[in-house]
Design a protein around this ligand. Structure first.
Ligand code: ZN
Length: 281
């Protein structure tokens, strides 16, 4: 359920349940320099609460490594599912205003995602008092807006240790499925901007530690840029979205059927075509 993987000064809190295993998913939160980056999914609440009790005790005993704050990279329920629990336990949670807005706009979570991740504990009603400015991060650690995967997506950059906590920025080089809320062109820009930081380490919420981070981020940006260009070329030549999907991305994976096309290759093609700049190439 909750497995702690040590990466030296960074602890990876790997969360999965039989439900997430059945769907092929797991997600990790990371703990570094007193800050918890993301909170996992609601179904992991009992296990995370056990870990929190320990982390808080360490903090109360004055250790600099104790839990002092949490940061949400974005509103998706596998990252934000226990933000309410953390607040209940008195841990200040950094939540970007755009993420608060996303919570309001997300509305009801589709049943297959509720089944996989569990129903999130609602944010504390006094969440407004825990606005981003009220949460102090250690010197050298900052939150950077990195939209693409979602409009509210952020990463945590620790300049002191050269570590990038990338949330769902990376996920893999060739991610051929998308959700309609994704913005592939914005993602390319975010990937390049963060690659330029030349991180020594990168921790992905689903992939764990990613070797050669800058090269991985650039490879993904390159692949996505080439894919966007190819899709645009074919669309300009009059090819249909389905035909483009078949020739550029291939057959749909299992998620297509599980999510009723919420996540699909066709959706990636349609999102790219729907957001073409008028008159642009
Ligand atoms: Zn996400």
């Amino acid at each position: 359920m909750l497995e702690i993987v040590s990466h030296g000064d960074v602890a990876q809190l790997q969360m999965r349940s039989w439900r997430t295993r059945a769907a092929g998913y797991q997600v990790s939160a990371y703990f570094a320099r007193g800050v918890l980056i993301d909170t996992g999914f609601a179904g992991a609440a009992p296990a995370l609460d056990g870990w929190l009790r320990n982390a808080r005790r360490t903090f109360l005993h004055g250790s600099a490594d104790g839990l002092q704050a949490a940061v949400l990279t974005h509103a998706h329920e596998d990252h934000s599912g226990n933000a309410g629990l953390l607040q209940e336990r008195g841990v200040p949670v950094w939540i970007a205003p755009v993420t608060r807005q996303a919570f309001a706009e997300l509305g009801a979570i589709p049943w297959y995602r509720r089944f996989t991740w569990g129903s999130p504990i609602p944010l504390a009603p006094d969440a407004g008092r825990q606005a981003s400015g009220a949460v102090e991060l250690p010197p050298g650690m900052e939150v950077i807006h990195a939209p693409g995967h979602a409009p509210d997506h952020h990463v945590v950059w620790d300049n002191e240790t050269g570590t990038l906590f990338s949330g769902d920025l990376f996920l893999g080089v060739r991610v051929k499925v998308a959700h309609h809320s994704e913005a592939p062109r914005a993602l390319v820009a975010s990937l390049r901007r963060l690659a330029a930081l030349d991180p020594a380490r990168m921790f992905d919420a689903h992939r764990g530690s990613v070797p050669t981070p800058a090269a991985a981020l650039r490879a993904k940006a390159d692949w996505l840029e080439e894919t966007i260009a190819e899709i645009e070329r074919r669309a300009a030549a009059g090819e249909s979205a389905r035909s483009i999907r078949d020739s550029v991305l291939g057959r749909e994976p299992a998620e297509y059927y599980v999510s009723f096309n919420e996540y699909s290759k066709l959706q990636l093609v349609q999102t790219i075509l729907a957001t073409r700049v008028a008159g642009g190439a």
